[in-house]
Design a protein around this ligand. Sequence first.
Ligand code: DC
Length: 335
Amino acid sequence: MKAIRGAITIDRDTPDDIKIAVKELLEQICTLNRITEENMIYIMFSNTADIHSYYPAKAAREAGFFNVPLFSSLEPEIEGALKKCIRVMVLTESELKTEHVYLRKAANLRKDLSSKLNIALDGPAGSGKSTVAKKIAEKFNILYLDTGAMYRACALKFIKLKIDIKNKSEVKKIINQISVNVKYIDGTQHTFLDGIDVSDEIRTNEISMAASTVSAHECVRSKMVELQRNIAKNMSCVLDGRDIGTNVLPDAPFKFYLTARPEIRAERRLKENLSKGLNDNFESVLADIIKRDEQDKNRPIAPLKVAQDAILVDTSDMSIDQVINFICNKIQEKI
Ligand code: DC
């Protein structure tokens, strides 16, 4: 059993502010600790005496925590204490490393929690990023955030709506109506589009190419990057993508750029696709990889490139275990 602590502040004492804050706090706790309501034994809230308009426990029920026992209490008025603050304690059955969550002005309450292990892993398609990222996350018992999945979810939405994904103004009109979210179920990232789990649907060749096109739009990138930074700010994680070291987390203490010859990458991707039962051939996978490299490297905003302070790893002639050992050793040297 583990107890997870958290707190968040509100600007105004209104039912809506309380509902939004409680939802955000509990969702972050679930995401960062890879738990759902089913893993919770109880949730206890307390709030400062300047909050009167709504019970945080009631807000939690309305946020979808239907079955877990809930409790709210009032804190004493303490001179100089942080104002309008809602605190929470979640008792859980999870045995994973606990990630406490302090948001907004409450982040200052626990400055000790702000030292996060963020690892940036960038590189082109098929360079081995996701396999390596998953293993490193396992090794350091931290989360793996697949940022490409977020762009893929956006691409899926545009395709479903039959939007011309090259058309900047059409994309801009829709992007703010899209909700992309990630949740961890049994330690694995699931990507949600408008509340629906699309983790499998986004793995086709069509979506790979569309994600590359969609990700070149500024409006799409700024929305996804904000989400990614929010997750990385609150927890230790390995992020894989194209612009993590250069743009999303330029201050990340560990940055790696994985690459490999295009033919090798195409072979790897083909093997992966065939194992999933997809009908594919080497020539078309290679052509897609080359086209995607070109799009991702030549877009004006946050293109794929090696960050100045990243360690370049050419994985062409390395086994996955060699790559993992190399990266883990580099991290261990510094921590
Ligand atoms: O890593 P992936 O193949 O799932 O990514 C799909 C596309 O999303 C990729 O071609 C470019 C884009 N992407 C990006 O622009 N920035 C990221 N951080 C991750 C992916």
